[in-house]
Write a protein that binds this ligand. Structure first.
Ligand code: F3S
Length: 401
C-alpha cells in the first residue's frame, strides 16, 4: 500500500506500540482487499462491547491494547454493552457478569472513548454527513449511515474499527469507492408497508435472497427514519447488506445511474413468508422487547400512546441509548413508562444482554433483526409482529395470532 510519511511512522512504531498494532491491522486488511492507500475518517463506532460476546479472551485482548497506550483520535462511540451500565442490578444482571462488563467499558474509556453504548449513534451525536468516510462496525448502523445518511463505511469488525479510531484511517476499498455503491438488485416492492415490523419483514426476505449485495428498492412510497433503520437492520441480519437505496427517499437513489447495468429484478408482493418464518408457535409471552435498533423518542412516545395508561403483566423493555433515556426522562416519558410497569433499558439490548440468565423464555418483538437472532443467540421462542400486537401481549401475557 502507498502510505504517507505519518502512516509509515505509525507502522514503524515511532508513535508507540498501541498505534503500531492498529496500523498493522489496517495494512493487513488493506492488502487483503487490494486497497491502494489509507483514507482519513471522521468518526468510528466500535462493536465488541458486550461481555456476553467478548468473554475473557476479548477482555484480555482489549486490556493488552490499552496497556500499550493507544488513544482514539476521532470521535468514537461504542456498540451496546451486555447491560444497562447504571441500572443493571435492578434489572437482575448477575454480579459476576456486571463486574466483567464494567472492566470492558473501562478499557475503552482508557482509550479516550466516551461510553455511549448504542447501535444508533446517529441519534446521539455521532452523526456523519453525506460523503463522510467513517469506520463503523455495528451492522445496522453501517446500513443506516451508508444508505440513509450517504456516509461511507465498510462493515468493520470490532478490532478494525478500533484500529481505525486509533489511527484516524481506514483502507480505501469497498463502499468507500463510488463504483461499489450502485444497486446490484432491483427490488420491486408490490405489497403494503405500514408498520416498523413490515420493514423488518421486508429486510429479512431481501437479505436472505441477496446476501451481501446492494439492493435498490422501488415502490416504497413513504418511509420514516425508524422504518428505514428497521429495514437496514434486518437486511444486515439475514444477509450481510451494508448499503441499500430506496428510490425517491435515500440520498443516492436520485436516478437510475445508481443501478448496475446487469442488475436482476426481484419482486416482493407479500411479507407472509417472513412473518411465518420469524414466528414460533408460543402463545405465552414473558418479555416484550422494543428498540432494535435502539429506540428513538418517537418510538417511546408511540409505546406510551398504545399502552393508554394500562399496566403491563410481562416485562416490557424499551432498549435505547442512555442519552435518549435521559431525554425521555426530561420530557416526562420515562415516568409514564415506569408507571405502567415497563422499563426503558439503556446501553444494551435483548440480544447482547445475558437474557437467557434472567429467566425469560418467550419474547415478543416488532423488530425483524431481534426476531432473527433471538432463537439462536438467546434460546428464546419469538413472536414477531406489529408494535400494537406487542403492546397487547405485554398487557395480556398472550400473543393473539
Ligand atoms: Fe441494536 Fe441489539 Fe438490535 S445491537 S440493532 S438492538 S440486536
Amino acid at each position: 500500500m502507498n502510505l504517507t510519511r505519518e502512516e509509515r511512522q505509525m507502522l514503524n512504531g515511532e508513535q508507540g506500540e498501541g498505534i503500531q498494532k492498529a496500523m498493522e491491522i489496517l495494512v493487513a486488511l488493506g492488502e487483503i482487499y487490494g486497497a491502494e492507500k489509507m483514507i482519513e475518517i471522521k468518526s468510528a463506532q466500535v462493536a465488541g462491547v458486550s461481555y456476553k460476546n467478548l468473554g475473557d479472551v476479548g477482555l484480555e485482548f482489549l486490556k493488552e491494547w490499552t496497556e500499550k497506550g493507544a488513544m482514539v483520535r476521532v470521535p468514537t462511540t461504542l456498540n451496546p454493552a451486555g447491560m444497562d451500565l447504571r441500572d443493571w442490578k435492578r434489572l437482575g444482571i448477575p454480579d459476576g457478569f456486571a463486574e466483567k462488563q464494567l472492566m470492558v467499558v473501562k478499557a475503552y474509556e482508557r482509550m479516550g472513548i466516551k461510553p455511549t453504548c448504542t447501535c444508533t449513534p446517529y441519534l446521539v451525536g455521532n452523526l456523519p454527513v453525506f460523503g463522510d468516510h467513517i469506520a463503523w462496525s455495528e451492522s445496522s448502523a453501517v446500513c443506516y449511515a451508508n444508505s440513509v445518511i450517504g456516509a461511507r463505511t465498510n462493515r468493520e469488525g470490532g478490532p478494525s474499527a478500533l484500529a481505525a479510531a486509533i489511527t484516524g484511517r481506514t483502507p480505501l476499498h469497498g463502499y468507500h469507492l463510488e463504483e461499489n455503491r450502485r444497486g446490484e438488485f432491483i427490488i420491486e416492492v408490490k405489497c403494503k408497508l405500514d408498520k416498523i415490523s413490515d420493514f423488518g419483514a421486508l429486510g429479512y426476505l431481501v437479505g436472505k435472497k441477496i446476501g451481501h449485495s446492494v439492493p435498490y428498492f422501488e415502490g416504497i412510497r413513504r418511509a420514516d427514519m425508524d422504518q428505514l433503520k428497521a429495514l437496514g437492520a434486518a437486511l444486515a441480519a439475514s444477509g450481510a447488506v451494508a448499503l441499500f437505496h430506496v428510490e425517491g427517499i435515500t440520498p443516492e437513489a436520485r436516478s437510475h445511474d445508481m443501478i448496475s447495468e446487469d442488475a436482476e429484478t426481484i419482486v416482493i408482493d407479500s411479507l407472509e413468508e417472513a412473518y411465518w418464518e420469524l414466528n414460533s408457535k408460543t402463545r405465552e409471552i414473558d418479555l416484550v422487547a422494543i428498540g432494535c435498533p435502539h429506540a428513538s423518542l418517537a418510538e417511546i412516545k408511540r409505546v406510551i400512546d398504545l399502552l393508554k395508561g394500562r399496566e403491563v403483566k410481562t416485562r416490557l423493555w424499551i432498549t435505547t441509548s442512555s442519552e435518549v433515556k435521559e431525554m425521555a426522562k426530561r420530557k416526562g416519558l420515562l415516568g409514564e413508562i415506569e408507571r405502567s410497569g415497563a422499563d426503558i433499558v439503556a446501553d444494551t439490548c435483548m440480544i447482547v444482554a445475558p437474557i437467557e440468565k434472567l429467566g425469560f423464555r418467550n419474547m415478543a418483538t416488532n423488530a425483524g433483526k431481534a426476531a432473527f437472532y433471538a432463537p439462536s443467540h438467546c434460546g428464546l421462542n419469538v413472536r414477531f409482529g406489529s408494535l400494537e400486537k406487542c403492546i397487547e401481549a405485554a398487557v395480556t401475557e398472550r400473543w393473539e395470532w
